[in-house]
Design a protein around this ligand. Structure first.
Ligand SMILES: N[C@@H](CCC(=O)N[C@@H](CS)C(=O)NCC(=O)O)C(=O)O
Length: 203
C-alpha cells in the first residue's frame, strides 16, 4: 500500500489526498508537523532531500515528492489525466501555472496569515506584493473559467485538482473571491465531483 507523508493544513498535500479519494485508492497517512520542523529531520530528509510534504512511498519503497509529480503518477491511465496530447500539455500548462504564478502567492499569504499569525517585518513588507500577484493569478483563472467549465480537456481532471487546493482556501489568506464569480462557480463544480473529500478529511 502507498504511504503518504503529509500535513493536514497543506494544500499541496490535499491535492494528493483528494485524488487518492477520487481514485478510491487506500493509503497509509503519516502526518509530519511542518510547524515543528518534522520534515527537516535526517530521517525525513532521507525520503525527500528537499524536506517537504507531500512525499509518498510507493509499494516498492521508492519515494516520490512534488505534488504535481505525485498527481501525475497516480492519475496516469485514469480519467483524471487526459489521453489526448494537447489536453495533456494543457493540463501541465495549468499545473506549472499553479506552481509558479499561483501557489507562491496565494498559499504563502494563507500560510503566513492562517498558521504563522505574527509576521516578521520582512513578511509584512512582502505581503502586499504576494496579495497583488495572488489576485493576478485569480484574474487569469477567472478569464479562463468565463469560457470553460474546467481547466483542460473539457472535463474535470488534474489541473482542476491542482488549482482547487489553494484557491478554495484563499479566503484564509484574506483573498476576497467576491469579484471572481466564475472561479466561485468552478469551486462549487469541483466540490460536487464524485468522491470529493474536504481538506480535513482523513482516510
Ligand atoms: N512544490 C512543492 C511544494 C511543497 C511544499 O512547499 N510543502 C510545504 C507544505 S505546503 C512543506 O513541506 N514545508 C515544510 C518545510 O519547508 O519545512 C509541491 O507542490 O509539493
Amino acid at each position: 500500500m502507498l504511504t503518504l507523508y503529509d500535513f493536514m493544513g497543506s494544500g499541496n498535500g490535499y491535492k494528493v489526498r483528494l485524488l487518492l479519494a477520487q481514485l478510491g485508492l487506500p493509503y497509509k497517512l503519516i502526518e509530519r508537523d511542518i510547524l515543528k520542523g518534522e520534515t527537516r529531520t535526517p530521517e525525513f530528509l532521507a525520503k525527500n532531500p528537499n524536506g517537504r510534504i507531500p512525499t509518498v512511498q510507493l509499494e516498492d519503497g521508492t519515494h516520490l515528492a512534488e505534488s504535481g509529480a505525485i498527481l501525475w503518477y497516480l492519475a496516469e491511465g485514469t480519467k483524471f489525466a487526459p489521453p489526448d496530447r494537447l489536453a495533456r500539455a494543457q493540463t501541465l500548462q495549468w499545473m506549472f501555472f499553479e506552481q509558479y504564478s499561483h501557489e507562491p502567492y496565494i498559499a504563502v499569504a494563507r500560510f503566513w496569515r492562517h498558521f504563522v499569525g505574527k509576521l516578521s517585518p520582512l513578511q509584512e513588507l512582502d505581503l502586499p506584493e504576494r496579495m497583488n500577484k495572488g489576485y493576478a493569478a485569480l484574474g487569469v483563472m477567472e478569464q479562463h473559467l468565463a469560457r470553460h467549465q474546467y481547466f483542460a480537456g473539457g472535463r474535470y481532471g488534474l489541473a482542476d485538482i491542482a488549482l482547487y487546493a489553494y484557491t478554495h482556501v484563499a479566503p484564509e489568506g484574506n483573498f476576497d473571491l467576491d469579484h471572481y464569480p466564475h472561479v466561485c462557480a468552478w469551486l462549487a463544480r469541483v466540490a460536487a465531483q464524485p468522491g470529493y473529500v474536504s481538506m480535513d478529511h482523513k482516510n
